[in-house]
Ligand binder design. Structure first.
Ligand code: SF4
Length: 570
């Protein structure tokens, strides 16, 4: 059975922006936080916001204080003013595309145009749009209503941003034939249009379609309608747990699509659940998947990768004494990654629920593993010399204090009290720690050449930075819920992808040039495969909707092991 996830499934730009604004406000402000009406139409996201202390305000009180976020759908201008008058600080999370429709309406209403809004009467976006028409607005939901309207001297037609494109095309024809004097603006958001087109296509090509999204979400209901018209088996559920998966058994191919307010973790969960059910049919692949998940969850594969990277970094510096540092890297990275996973249980509840469950249920065991392996790494580094031991010791202390409040209260710094609070800290610190343990520690005990050590450090840190940031992109929504720690949650997905590509190209150039000039072992030429492979994966992740995070993690982490294999051969 084949499972396809629609590339357009999940948060659209406007919804993502609104949710990020709400989470950012909650992570940075101690004021009471409200959304005026549900921020978006998705109960799971609203639950997360409620857990973060963001409540929903359904009526505007006369006097109040705190911060109110205006929903992605927008509100009428009168209500916005009422919020200000009540004493709230208002954060406008209205989608910029909805703001554009509001401006078209306001501009034409001021010039005495009648405003025809094609949309659902009860939808909050439409209610907000009508507010900008200064009493000249009419809401039209079907062709009959349109035909019943009187002839106007001048009228402007706009659409709710999530309207059905085929219905709007009919209205364009109606204007052309009956009212060529009316102005018409196709204000359907291109994200909606693409989502609807893709839903039609995947529904045509698959036996069963699962539409994920809030039961109140207009755009999700429309996707369901579009898919149903193809005559295929279609289910609309908010969460995959609502669906009896045995109903999917007759299908040879399943497509998953989702409304604009459905978060990634709901889509990944649906994919995982269906994938698990399929695995039951094939014992071999089931066992292989279990081994893969074990290696990834316990970080054994990643730590072997750290050993391999150390081996490769030592070899490009022409060191002899390699294996002890390979072992130090293995134990140190295993200890720190397990610690990292213990700290990340909260965000893993969304990004990687299986891992969260494993670490939550075996908290003590993993805490003990962290201590034993950390101590083993320190002991081994002690045998290589006091300087490398001291450096590893300081790095371990930094890792342990990552989540602790280390800024004394008398300094009055509220926003950044822990290392964790520094924007992007997690990604940068992981990369620097890897760079140090894989190339600087061996260089210290081998009295290495400063230039070749700097090149090895740049290669290792750059590659790990790109890899970590890429994995952070896949888990960005869960990370945002728990606060800004990663580079993608700080600078956003698009900029992160650009930074990752630049880093990968830079380290490829560094490896080629320095190998050419014999500044490092000619192994450097061959190691270029790693950043190039990562570059390819980055391009894929940028273009496609990632369905199985585990699959990508496996490929990405295996990249480090390839470094060791190449170093062993050359
Ligand atoms: S569907 Fe389009 S208009 Fe509506 S919130 Fe999303 S990006 Fe904005």
């Amino acid at each position: 059975m084949k499972i396809t996830v629609a590339q357009t499934a999940g948060f659209c730009m406007g919804v993502r922006r609104a949710v990020e604004m709400a989470l950012d406000a909650s992570n940075t402000s101690s004021d009471s936080l409200y959304t005026y009406g549900p921020l978006i139409h998705n109960p799971q996201v609203m639950d997360v916001l409620a857990q973060k202390g963001i409540s929903t305000l359904n009526q505007i009180p006369e006097n109040s204080k705190g911060i109110v976020l205006i929903r992605a759908h927008g509100i009428p201008p009168k209500e916005k003013k009422a919020l200000w008058d009540a004493g709230f600080k208002v954060i406008n999370a209205t989608c910029p595309r909805v703001i554009m429709v509001q401006s078209i309406i306001e501009k034409h209403a001021k010039k005495d145009y009648v405003v025809l809004i094609i949309g659902d009467k009860n939808h909050p976006e439409v209610k907000g749009l009508v507010g900008y028409s200064h009493g000249k607005g009419h809401i039209v939901s079907n062709m009959e209503e349109l035909d019943m309207l009187p002839d106007f001297d001048k009228a402007v037609i706009v659409a709710q941003t999530t309207q059905d494109t085929i219905f709007f095309n009919k209205i364009e024809t109606w204007v052309e034939t009956k009212h060529p004097n009316y102005k018409i603006f196709n204000t359907i958001c291109n994200s909606t249009e693409k989502r609807q087109i893709e839903t039609r296509n995947i529904a045509d090509k698959n036996d069963a379609i699962i539409v994920l999204g809030g039961k109140q979400s207009g755009n999700t209901k429309r996707l369901f309608k579009i898919a149903t018209k193809t005559g295929k088996i279609v289910f609309h559920v908010e969460d995959i747990s609502e669906l009896d998966l045995s109903l999917l058994s007759p299908a040879q191919s399943i497509a998953i699509t989702a409304g604009a307010s459905t978060p990634n973790w709901i889509i990944s969960k649906a994919y995982r659940e269906i994938e698990k059910k399929l695995q039951k049919k094939n014992r071999v692949s089931n066992a292989l998947f279990k081994i893969r998940d074990f290696l990834l969850h316990t970080n054994i594969m990643l730590s072997v990768g750290a050993g391999c990277m150390t081996y490769a970094c030592s070899k490009i510096q022409n060191f002899e004494n390699i294996f002890i540092h390979t072992a130090i890297a293995f134990f140190y990275i295993l200890s720190m990654q397990v610690l990292n996973n213990l700290f990340a249980i909260k965000s893993d509840r969304y990004n990687n629920p299986d891992r969260a469950e494993l670490y939550k249920n075996n908290y003590i065991l993993f805490a003990v593993i962290t201590c034993i392996f950390g101590a083993t790494g320190l002991f081994l580094s002690f045998t290589t010399g006091i300087a490398s031991f001291s450096l590893l010791f300081v790095m371990s202390i930094l890792g342990l204090s990552y989540n602790l409040k280390i800024v004394p209260p008398f300094l009055g710094i509220k926003k950044i009290q822990r290392i964790k609070d520094i924007p992007g800290a997690k990604t940068v610190l992981i990369a620097t720690a890897w760079g140090t343990v894989t190339s600087i520690l061996p260089a210290i005990s081998n009295s290495g050449n400063i230039i070749s050590s700097a090149i090895a450090f740049t290669f290792s840190t750059g590659l790990v930075f790109a890899t970590t940031a890429l994995l952070d992109i896949l888990g960005i929504q869960g990370d945002r819920i728990t606060g800004k720690e990663t580079v993608p949650t700080f600078v956003g997905e698009k900029k992160s992808i650009l930074i990752i590509k630049q880093v990968l190209v830079s380290i490829s150039v560094v490896l080629i040039v320095t190998s050419l000039f014999k500044m490092i072992h000619n192994l450097g030429f061959f190691l270029v495969i790693l950043p190039l492979l990562m570059l390819y994966i980055t391009i894929v992740i940028d273009k496609e909707n990632i369905k199985s995070r585990m699959q990508f993690r496996f490929i990405i982490e295996f990249n480090y092991i390839i470094a060791g294999i190449i170093a062993g051969i050359i």
